[in-house]
Design a binder for this molecule. Structure first.
Ligand code: AMP
Ligand code: MN
Ligand code: MN
Length: 362
C-alpha cells in the first residue's frame, strides 16, 4: 500500500503536519515505551535515508549498537538502493547490523527511521511503515512530515545523532566507544566539522561526552573528511575546472555551480559517493552565496546539492523543485539535461520569497 495514502495515527502527540517545535515529553515517553515494550524476540528494523551520509549511517548504527546493549537480538539496519557504504564510513562500528534493502525484515515489530524528512527518502522501504509494527521517526529536518507513529523531530538539533543520543540516555544506555564513534561521525559531518552555525555549546558538550569514551577524533576525521582515492582527486580537478560563477544570480547574491557525469566517474574509475565531498571546494567561492553541484545518477537524472552562506534559503528552492533539506543545505532530484536543471534553479533563485524579498534573507 502507498504509505502516503494511509495517514498514521500519532501516538506521541505530534501529528502528520510538518513539525515545528521539538519533541514533547509525551513524544519521548512514547518512544521509550515503544522500545521497552518490545518482546524478547521482537523484530526491529532501522532505516536511514537513501544515499546515506554520515548522520544517516552514524545515528542509525550508533542507536543500533545501543539497542543491542539493551538486549535487542533481532535487529537489522538498512537503507534503500544499492547496499554500498561510502568509503569514508566503511570502518564505522556496527556495520555488521547492515543488511541489503532486499533482505530487510518484511514485518518488523518496530521500525525506526533516521535522518529522513519524509517517506520518499526511504525508497521502497517506506512500505515497512504501513505494517502492524510501530514506526518511530528520529530526525532534525524542519520539513519533516511527521510520518511515524511517534515522531522525535528536533529542527533545532544539529544532527539526527543529537536526538539519538537523547533517546539512548532516556533508555539508560551508557555511551561506549562504538556508539560514541558512530554518533561523533554523524555530529561532525552534519556540522561540517563543527564549523556551521548549528555548532552550539550543546553540540560541543555532546562532542565532549562522546570523546570522553576514548574515541580518536584525528583518526576518525582523517578517514571521514581527508582521505580519497587519487582518481577522485583528479576527477575533482576536472569537475572544478568547469565550475561557473554567475554573480547576478540569486538576486545578486551570486551562484557558483558545476556538474559531474557518469562518464566523468567512469573515466576516473570512481564510485558516485566520492562526489558527495565535491560541494565543499565549490562552496568556498567567495563571490557566490549559493553553490550547487549537479551529479548525474541516470541517463536524464541528477542528484542536486545546494548550499547557501545565509542570504538565500536553499530549502525553499529545493522544495519548489521536488526535494527538501535545510535552509543552508538542501537538495533535489533533477530531470532532463544539466542546462535544464540549472535553469530551473536560476528561476527559483530569482523567484520572490514568501517574505516579499528576492529569496529569503538569512
Ligand atoms: P546533500 O546535498 O545530498 O548533502 O543534501 C543536503 C540536504 O538536502 C540533506 O540533508 C537532505 O536533507 C536534503 N536533500 C538532498 N537531496 C534531497 C532529495 N532528493 N529530496 C529531499 N531532500 C533532499
Ligand atoms: Mn542526511
Ligand atoms: Mn542530518
Amino acid at each position: 500500500m502507498d504509505p502516503a495514502a494511509a495517514p498514521r495515527r500519532p501516538v506521541g502527540g505530534t501529528g502528520p503536519a510538518p513539525v515545528t517545535a521539538g519533541p514533547t515529553e509525551a513524544d519521548w515517553d512514547a518512544a521509550v515505551a515503544a522500545v521497552r515494550r518490545l518482546a524478547p524476540e521482537g523484530r526491529v528494523l532501522l532505516i536511514c535515508h537513501v544515499n546515506p551520509d554520515g548522520d544517516a549511517l552514524g545515528s542509525m548504527l550508533g542507536f543500533g549498537l545501543g539497542l543491542r546493549r539493551l538486549g535487542v537480538r533481532r535487529l537489522q539496519a538498512t537503507f534503500p538502493g544499492p547496499p554500498e557504504v561510502p568509503e569514508p564510513f566503511r570502518e564505522l562500528p556496527g556495520l555488521e547490523l547492515l543488511v541489503p534493502a532486499t533482505e530487510a525484515e518484511p514485518e518488523p515489530d518496530l521500525v525506526i527511521c533516521f535522518d529522513a524528512a519524509s517517506e520518499s527518502r526511504l525508497g521502497a522501504l517506506a512500505d515497512r511503515l504501513s505494517g502492524t509494527g510501530v514506526a518511530l521517526v528520529l530526525d532534525h529536518h524542519a520539513s519533516n512530515t511527521g510520518f511515524g507513529d511517534v515522531n522525535l523531530v528536533d529542527p533545532v538539533a544539529a544532527a539526527t545523532s543529537v536526538v539519538a543520543e537523547e533517546l539512548l540516555a532516556r533508555l539508560d544506555v551508557p555511551l561506549d566507544a562504538g556508539i560514541a564513534e558512530c554518533l561523533y561521525v554523524a555530529l561532525s559531518t552534519d556540522t561540517g566539522s563543527f564549523r556551521f552555525d548549528a555548532t552550539t555549546p550543546a553540540v560541543h558538550e555532546m562532542a565532549a561526552r562522546l570523546l570522553a569514551t576514548g574515541i580518536r577524533p584525528g583518526d576518525i576525521s582523517r578517514r571521514v573528511f581527508d582521505s580519497r582515492p587519487f582518481g577522485a582527486v583528479r576527477l575533482f580537478g576536472e569537475v572544478l575546472g568547469r565550475a561557473r560563477l554567475e554573480p547576478a544570480a540569486a538576486g545578486g547574491h551570486g551562484l557558483v555551480w558545476t556538474y559531474a557525469t557518469l562518464d566523468d566517474l567512469a573515466r576516473h574509475d570512481q564510485r558516485p559517493y566520492v562526489l558527495e565531498a565535491l560541494i565543499d571546494p565549490v562552496r568556498c567561492t567567495a563571490e557566490a552565496d549559493v553553490s550547487c553541484v549537479v551529479k548525474q545518477t541516470g541517463p536524464a537524472e541528477w542528484a542536486v546539492s545546494l548550499r547557501s552562506k545565509g542570504a538565500v534559503d536553499v530549502a525553499r528552492v529545493a522544495d519548489a523543485l521536488g526535494g527538501g533539506g535545510h535552509r543552508l543545505a538542501a537538495g533535489f532530484t533533477g530531470r532532463g539535461t544539466v542546462d535544464e536543471v540549472v535553469e530551473r534553479i536560476r528561476v527559483e533563485l530569482s523567484a520572490p520569497a514568501p517574505d516579499g524579498g528576492v529569496a529569503r534573507q538569512g
